[in-house]
Design a binder for this molecule. Structure first.
Ligand code: MRU
Length: 346
């Protein structure tokens, strides 16, 4: 087994490999993948072996560095062309999480640095990928610290999908305040929406919280109104894939419904967001591309037999938009920010 050093995504620089915890195998098996080809990297992102906006971004940056280090190009222009082609290919794996183009954009800055040799560029790309990996850990740690004061009177929270350590390099975004609270002696229980159709809540959030000895209870997505309405939770914490300039937020399909319910029941709804997830080029949620995935994820994946009658269609949007006015605040590495104040950080 390859050593992930307690992380979800890791750069094995010694052997020039991208290491990933294969999340499609969880919770049954712990399988670590060592990737070296661009097709494997694309497939891992597309098939959600690595998933969660920050983890996808870091994985793509490391993947790009791994591919760059394998290059046999001898001139700087040919090398840069090859790296850009690989970046465009990896970027096309999934459309909604802006962390993917953001991280690849950070790698592109290295290509524009004026380096004179291919070897210098290779070293600089490796260094940048390692820096993005380290920054993700630090940013999530800060989100955890900044979120805890908001949860002072919370006994339990509701979360949707998985925005925990599995969705980032290490601490997670939405679950980071829960981990930090625990480290400070405050136990906060978590209700996790199972999160149809791919069950990131049931398979991943439940797995990582249980492993961390945090009280976790899984509910059907359709039980969110019951849980919010019966006073079982005092806050909702979710992650996000892209935040528009006006605060509209894309996250896993079903999030906007939870936000509407939280608003109705008067429960604060917090979006935990590293600034790498804010996309000021999108004026509102209407500009955020929503991934549409295969119908088979709804119709055939989880039941013993195919669930849908033959010929019946399924619609499978992977994300939805939560309107800014349903969001109490963003918990970021720079502090807690009201949606209306987001534009000040442009
Ligand atoms: O399709 P997924 O599993 O990649 O969707 C993930 C989410 O929606 C997460 O909430 C989001 O990426 C934030 S992860 C810190």
């Amino acid at each position: 087994m390859y050593d992930l050093h307690g992380e979800t995504v890791h750069f094995d620089t010694e052997n020039n490999r991208l290491l990933l915890l294969d999340q499609t195998e969880l919770p049954q098996k712990t399988v670590v993948l060592a990737l070296q080809t661009r097709e494997e990297m694309f497939e891992a992102i597309r098939k959600l072996r690595v998933r969660g906006a920050p983890a996808i971004g870091v994985a793509a940056a490391i993947g790009l560095a791994v591919l760059a280090n394998q290059s046999v190009q001898t001139t700087v222009p040919a090398f840069i062309t090859e790296v850009r082609e690989n970046a465009a290919y990896l970027n096309s794996a999934r459309p909604t999480a802006v962390n993917l183009p953001w991280a690849l954009g950070e790698m592109e800055k290295v290509l524009n640095s004026g380096a004179k040799t291919v070897e210098t560029l290779k070293a600089a790309l490796t260094a940048r990928a390692l820096a993005l990996h380290a920054a993700d850990i630090e940013v999530c740690r800060k989100i955890g610290e900044n979120g805890v004061p908001l949860l002072k009177n919370c006994r339990a929270v509701l979360t949707h999908c998985n925005a925990g350590r599995l969705a980032t390099v290490k601490y997670g975004t939405a679950l980071a305040p829960i981990y930090t609270a625990k480290a400070q002696g405050q136990e906060i229980a978590v209700y996790a929406d199972e999160t149809r159709p791919l069950l990131q809540g049931a398979r991943l959030t439940a797995y990582e919280l249980y492993e961390a000895d945090i009280d976790v209870t899984v509910i059907c997505d359709s039980a969110a109104s019951y849980v919010l309405g019966s006073g079982k939770v005092q806050a909702v914490l979710v992650g996000c894939d892209r935040v528009a300039a006006n605060g509209d937020t894309a996250n896993k399909i079903g999030t906007s419904g939870v936000a509407v319910l939280a608003h109705y029941y008067g429960v604060p709804f917090y979006v935990c967001a590293p600034f790498s997830t804010v996309d000021f080029s999108c004026a509102s949620g209407a500009d955020i591309p929503i991934e549409l995935r295969e119908e088979t994820e709804i119709g055939e994946l989880w039941f013993r037999q195919k669930m849908l009658p033959d010929g019946v269609r399924a619609l499978n949007p992977a994300f939805d938009i939560t309107k800014a006015d349903l969001i109490t605040a963003f918990i970021t590495e720079k502090g807690v920010i009201a949606p209306k104040d987001l534009a000040q950080y442009r």
